[in-house]
Each structure stands twice: as structure tokens, then as C-alpha cells.
Design a protein around this ligand. Structure first.
Ligand code: MOS
Length: 744
């Protein structure tokens, strides 16, 4: 078992793009200097359901600088939408929201019109002059009040093989027969991604059939495909640029209506148009983590062996689309339990569609499962860590397959040791410090393995530099840094001479950055491309007479090719190209999964140990210490990996203690719509975090042995905190966030 940290991995690279980011020279989507740019603002509905009766835009249109007021009344139309019906008919479930399409209102905050003007100030002023008349229909936005209307998603009903079908293994009566039982309901409120950079786009048409967008998103290739489809353009005629992204957390995985609106406006005006969503619009425009209620029933024997787990999850979705996530799936694979039953339901409400956010599904589901495990351990008078070890799944109990690799036991061991778990006194309220109640909590973590076909191009030029390219993204984790590290190690070229290009749809095909899939997918492509480039360079060198380079002995180091037996001989890479009269040597390679997907079950695993202090007077919870340990296969670059883990923990602290999007159901409108009312962790809320990786390559998953790291860091954190709060106070909070009123 290798245990490394920053001190023991001094060769860890700093962020290759750190300097432009911190000095402000990195260009974000809204910052591109495009000539003749028009500015736009969206006007959004103030009712949650009904129809637009009239739009009075006359004063706005006559206002100085205004170029157009666009709505369903005069939209040039999105060619990919079917023709609107007269009178309008509600979109069938499964239809992505169509912007400026007809007069129907599906949610409060829906874009209904757009003002485009010479300046942002003129657009804003004109927007204030527009009045819209609505015919209001009764809306339903209250999840709890409508829970009885939840149902199996239509998409699941239509797909026999959906993982969201009701699932069962073993005996359905096992829970009733269990010696010890726990039954509880856990609730997660709607939460929003809240990246620092709001979503933004500059749309530029070059003629009738060529579109370029500078758009904040998490996948230039999928955005390209989406926009090509919407505007009926050839794929290669759509260029999507998104080189720098100021965080996204899932909000940029799909193309949202505001993007289409800006492209429409630019088309109508034959002028570049910029649209930046203000913080308030970020609550209704780019998805959110859905409100989710979960019922868990766990049975165990008196000596602490799990005998039954029943898990039912119900998530919120819009009236027009179904968003499903992994909520109940972890329960099937996490522990060795013979009798497991899961159900997944959706509740359609008059709200905008949710989307993936920060460990989607698993972060939600593992809050419930790992809280329930803690409740059971307490009922059994067994240490929570011991309970998990006793029920460790040595093989995947869901698929009956061996794990590709699993070092969860090492994670438990390393984490518990570093944290000092053995010092925990079992009884709630039994530990105190400085007048505060002290709680120790822990939880397990898992995250599915996602690998998508990816391409990379690697080019060595005679100057001695390397350029590696792929249409992948960096929404913050440091993609370019990790890829540079991979390329540098294989090619024997120093990182300073390597450039990694991303965030441009004209680069070789790659998946978007989501599902913690970038290193497993694109890292593998960079690996195979660099290996192929190396092979080519070695072959070229071996063809040079007089050097006596032996194919089985050659290596590259510090930009030179030489025989391992004679480090003083050989030739520089640049001279190899010079000899062959080549300016550059280039390869493009693809990497993708194979049959191993059917032979092994692949997950990242981990655990968190967390100490909280709770004020007995005010109920304030402070997270004092976190030890997080993960087995994600091989770590590519410790420094950026560790930053990802810290970010995930910070997200978990927010999820556990602060984040909640609160709606006033009289209007179906969020009343938390800024950072004054929607709380996220600030620097003072995030304590010292010890990050430990097992760092053993998983030889079955891909050529580099690395699994996803970004999202496993948040999964389980909310449960570990809730468990620590219970240990500190004796109060079990099952509905997040754990705010003071729930503890007093
Ligand atoms: Mo992540 S929620 O897959 O960006």
C-alpha cells in the first residue's frame, strides 16, 4: 500500500494555467472581445403556470439603443423545434424546454422575452419597461404536499432494461423477519450548483449557416452537436469555445434555453449577441439538485450482519422532462446483503428541470444509506466503522462480478488511523471540548466508473516542444495539468515544453467533463496517443545510421533518445526530426472500453472521518477536522487531486449544513435567489482536511489505472457530518441541511 502526500510527491505539477487564472488574463466566455457586439437580457415569467396573454413591448422597443425585443410573438424560430400548435398544447413529457416557442408557462422564472440593445444598461432599462399579462393557472410546486402523486417515470415504464426499474434480490420478507430493524425517511432539499462564474454566452453567426459560440459549458462537443441539431447546421459548421470555466458542478452538462435564446437573437439581428445570467437567473435557468425524499428500511442480525435493505427514492422533476439519478443504486452494490429491494419514483411539478449536481444521485442516496447504517450501528451497540467492515462486499453483490479493484478496507484503516477513530467514546454527548459537544462521525463513499471513447492528438515539433490536444474540458479540476503530466512521463519531455489544448470543438473528439470521467477517458487517450508518438519517434531514431540504437534498449529522457546501456550516446528528439527533414511528427489515437466492462464491476471507493463541535447553547455546528481517504486507482498528479478532494468536501459541508433553495409555494418562486439567502461554505467554514489516497493502479479499467476522483469526494460527506452531529448531540437530523433550529 502506497501512502503519498504532497511532501512525498514533490514532482507534483502546479496548475499549468494557474498564472493566467490568478492574474486575470484567462478569457472566460463573456470576456471575448468580439466586434459589433450587442448585449441582451432575459425577461422571465413571474407566474409558475398558465399562459401569456399579451406582451407590451412598445416602450421598450422605442427606448434608446434597443435593437429588438424577442418573444414567441416574433421569434425567428428554432429550426429543430416542431411547428407550434394553435392554440398551444402542453409539451409531452420528455420534451426539452423550447425557448420563445409558444405562450405556455411551465415554471416561474421561465424565459419569455429578451431585450437586445447596444449596451447592457440600455437593455436592462428597456427590460424594465416591458409589461406582460398572464392568464394564471393553479400550479403545484410543493414537493411534500404532492408526494402521493409520484410515479414510475414514463421513460422507465418504456424501458425494461432501465436500472431504475423496481429491483429486488433475495427474500422480500427479510426485513419483517429481521432481529433488529431501522426505518427512517431522509430528505434533501433542492440545492443549486452555484459556480463562481455565472453561465454566459457570446453567439456569433458567420453567414446563414456558420455559428461560433463562446459558451460556458462542460462539453464543447455535446454543445456543438446540440446546437447543430437545434439550428439544423452541419456539425462542423458549429464552433464551440469554452477554454476557461469558472466552476460548473453539473450545471453545464447540457445546453440550456438561454444559450439557444442568445443564438436566436444573434441570428435575428445578424450581429454577435452576448448574454450573461445574473445570479438570480442561475436559480431557474441551469438545473439544480432535485428535492428528494428517501425511505430506508434496514434489517440486521443482533451480531451486526445486514439481512435486509429496502430503499425507495422519489425525486423532483419538471412537468415537461424527466430527470433521473442514481439515488437508490448505491444501495444495491455497497454492502454484502442478500435481500435488497429498491424503488425509484419521480414527481412532476411546475418547476424547471433539475440536472446532475456534484456527485448526482450517489451524494443523495449515500446520505440516506450511510445515515441509516449509523442508526443501525447505534441500535446494535456496534462501532459504526466495525459495522461497515463486518458487511464489506468482497464482490459486487448486485452484478455478481468481481470488483476491478477495491481497497476500501485500506481506506477505512488509513482514515481511521489518521483521524484517531479509536479515541471515539461510543455514547452520544459523551465527548466535550472547550464547552462544545464533540462528535465523531464517519461514512463510506462510492462512485461509479465512467469511461467514454476519447481521442487525443499528440504533436512533437522540431523545436523540441509537444502539443497535445483533445476536445475535453476543465471546469476547475486541472485537466491540462494532469494531461501534461501523463504526456511528460511517456515522452520524456519536461512539462514546461508541453502544451495541452482543450475546450474547443474543433479538437479531437472527447466527452464533456462530467461523471468524474475525464482522467479515466481522456487521460487514457492522451496516454495511448503519447505512447504511439513515442513509438514513432523511436522508430525514426533507430533508422538513423551510425547511432546503433537498439529497438529493445531505447528510451527517451530529457528530450533525448538513447540506449539504456549507454546514456551518453543517442540523439536529441529535435535532431531525429532534423535528420528526417521533418518539421513535426503527429499522431491521433482513440481509447475506449472493451470487454472488461462485462467481466468486472468498476467503482471508486472511499470514506470520510469528520469531527464536529456543536454549541450546546446555540446549536451551531462547526466542522473541525476531516480525514478523507479514497481508492481511485492511480493518482496522476497529487497536488491537483488533493484540491479536488478538498473541493468535494467543501461541497459536502454545504450540502450538510447550509445549502437549500427555498420556494414560496404561493408563487412557485425561489425566495433564496442570491448569496445572501443561499448559503455556501466560505473559507472559515472549511477546516483542515487530510486527504489520503491508496494510489494503487486498477489494472482492469484502462491503460493508466485511474478511476474517477472528482465526485467521490462529496459522496457520503453529508452523512458523515449528520452522524457526527448525532454523536455530539444525540439528535438525529434526517432532513438537510442541519441548521440550528433542528438541533435546539
Ligand atoms: Mo458532474 S454533476 O457530472 O459535473
Amino acid at each position: 500500500m502506497v501512502q503519498k502526500d504532497l511532501q512525498t510527491e514533490p514532482e507534483s505539477l502546479d496548475r499549468v494555467d494557474g498564472r493566467p487564472k490568478v492574474t486575470g488574463t484567462a478569457t472566460y466566455s463573456a470576456e471575448y472581445a468580439v466586434g459589433n457586439l450587442a448585449h441582451s437580457v432575459l425577461i422571465t415569467s413571474t407566474i409558475a403556470k398558465g399562459r401569456i396573454k399579451n406582451i407590451n413591448a412598445k416602450a421598450a422597443e422605442e427606448s434608446p439603443g434597443v435593437l429588438a425585443v424577442i418573444s414567441h410573438l416574433n421569434s425567428p424560430g428554432v429550426p429543430g423545434y416542431p411547428p407550434a400548435k394553435q392554440p398551444a398544447e402542453p409539451a409531452p413529457v420528455g420534451t426539452a424546454f423550447r425557448v420563445f416557442y409558444d405562450e405556455l408557462i411551465y415554471f416561474n422564472g421561465q424565459p419569455v422575452a429578451m431585450v437586445v440593445a447596444e449596451t447592457l444598461e440600455q437593455a436592462n432599462h428597456a427590460a424594465s419597461l416591458i409589461t406582460i399579462g398572464y392568464e394564471i393557472a393553479t400550479h403545484q410546486t410543493d414537493f411534500e404536499a404532492n408526494l402521493s402523486k409520484s410515479a414510475v417515470a414514463l421513460s422507465v415504464q418504456r424501458s425494461k432494461n432501465s436500472p431504475f426499474q423496481d429491483y429486488g434480490r433475495g427474500n422480500p420478507e427479510a426485513f419483517d423477519a429481521a432481529e433488529v430493524k431501522i426505518e427512517a425517511t431522509y430528505t434533501i432539499p433542492t440545492q443549486h450548483h452555484q459556480p463562481m462564474e455565472p453561465h454566459a454566452i457570446i453567439a456569433v453567426w458567420e453567414g446563414e449557416d456558420k455559428l461560433t459560440v463562446y459558451d460556458k459549458n462542460q462539453g464543447v462537443k455535446s454543445a456543438q452537436g446540440n446546437l447543430a441539431q437545434a439550428f439544423k447546421l452541419a456539425r462542423e459548421n458549429v464552433k464551440v469555445n469554452a477554454q476557461f470555466i469558472g466552476g460548473a458542478f453539473g450545471s453545464g452538462i447540457r445546453v440550456w434555453p438561454h444559450t439557444v435564446a442568445a443564438v436566436l437573437a444573434a441570428k435575428k439581428l445578424k450581429r454577435p449577441v452576448k448574454l450573461v445570467l445574473g445570479r438570480e437567473l442561475m436559480f431557474t435557468s441551469v438545473g439544480y439538485r432535485p428535492y428528494t425524499v428517501q425511505k430506508i428500511a434496514i434489517g440486521a442480525s443482533k451480531n451486526g450482519i445486514l439481512t435486509a435493505m429496502n430503499h425507495e427514492g422519489t425525486g423532483q422533476t419538471s412537468a415537461y422532462e424527466e430527470h433521473l439519478e442514481r439515488t437508490i443504486l448505491a444501495t444495491r452494490a455497497m454492502y454484502a446483503c442478500p435481500n435488497v429491494f429498491t424503488k425509484y419514483r419521480l414527481l412532476n411539478l411546475d418547476v424547471n428541470t433539475p440536472t446532475w449536481m456534484r456527485g448526482p444521485g450517489d451524494a443523495t442516496g449515500m446520505f440516506a444509506l450511510e445515515s441509516a447504517l449509523d442508526e443501525m450501528a447505534f441500535a446494535l451497540h456496534i462501532d459504526p466503522l466495525e459495522f461497515r467492515l463486518q458487511n464489506h462486499a468482497d464482490t459486487d453483490p448486485e452484478r455478481n462480478l468481481p470488483w476491478s479493484a477495491k481497497s476500501l478496507k485500506e481506506c477505512y484503516e488509513l482514515g481511521a488511523e489518521k483521524f484517531g477513530w479509536k479515541n471515539r467514546l461510543p455514547a452520544p454527548r459523551s465527548m466535550q471540548k472547550d464547552g462544545m459537544l464533540v462528535g465523531y462521525g464517519m461514512a463510506s463513499s462510492l462512485y461509479g466508473f465512467h469511461r467514454h471513447p476519447s481521442k487525443a492528438r499528440a504533436v512533437f515539433s522540431r523545436k523540441g516542444s509537444v502539443v497535445v490536444q483533445s476536445a475535453t474540458m476543465d471546469i476547475g479540476p486541472g485537466t491540462g495539468t494532469a494531461m501534461t503530466r501523463i504526456a511528460s512521463k511517456i515522452l520524456g519531455v519536461s512539462p514546461g515544453k508541453i502544451r495541452f489544448d482543450l475546450g474547443d470543438s474543433s479538437l479531437p473528439d472527447a466527452p464533456g467533463q462530467n461523471g468524474s470521467s475525464t482522467i479515466p477517458s481522456v487521460g487514457s487517450a492522451v496516454h495511448v496517443a503519447c505512447e504511439a508518438l513515442k513509438t514513432k519517434l523511436l522508430k525514426l531514431a533507430s533508422e538513423i545510421p551510425g547511432l546503433n540504437l537498439q529497438p529493445d534498449q531505447m528510451t527517451i529522457k530529457n528530450g533525448r533518445i538513447f540506449n539504456l546501456t549507454d546514456a551518453s550516446g543517442g540523439i536529441s528528439l529535435s535532431d531525429v526530426l532534423k535528420y528526417h527533414n521533418l518539421e513535426q511528427v503527429e499522431v491521433t489515437e482513440e481509447s475506449k472500453s472493451g470487454a472488461e466492462r462485462d467481466q468486472y464491476s468498476m467503482y471508486s471507493f472511499g470514506c470520510h472521518f469528520i469531527e464536529v463541535h456543536v454549541s450546546p447553547l446555540t446549536g451551531e455546528v462547526r466542522v473541525k477536522r476531516v480525514v478523507t481517504c479514497a481508492d481511485v486507482g492511480k493518482i496522476i498528479n497529487y497536488k491537483t487531486a488533493r484540491s479536488q478532494s478538498i473541493g468535494g468536501i467543501a461541497g459536502g459541508i454545504g450540502m450538510a449544513l447550509m445549502e437549500a433553495s427555498v420556494m414560496d409555494h404561493r408563487f412557485g418562486r425561489y425566495i433564496t435567489n442570491d448569496f445572501v439567502s443561499y448559503h455556501i461554505p466560505v473559507y472559515a467554514d472549511v477546516p483542515q482536511i487530510d486527504v489520503i489516497y491508496v494510489d494503487k493502479p486498477d489494472v482492469h479499467v484502462n491503460p493508466i489505472g485511474s478511476k474517477g476522483l472528482g465526485e467521490i469526494a462529496i459522496v457520503g460527506v453529508a452523512a458523515a457530518i449528520a452522524n457526527a452531529v448525532f454523536h455530539a448531540t444525540g439528535k438525529r437530523v434526517r432532513d438537510l441541511p442541519i441548521t440550528v433550529e433542528k438541533l435546539i
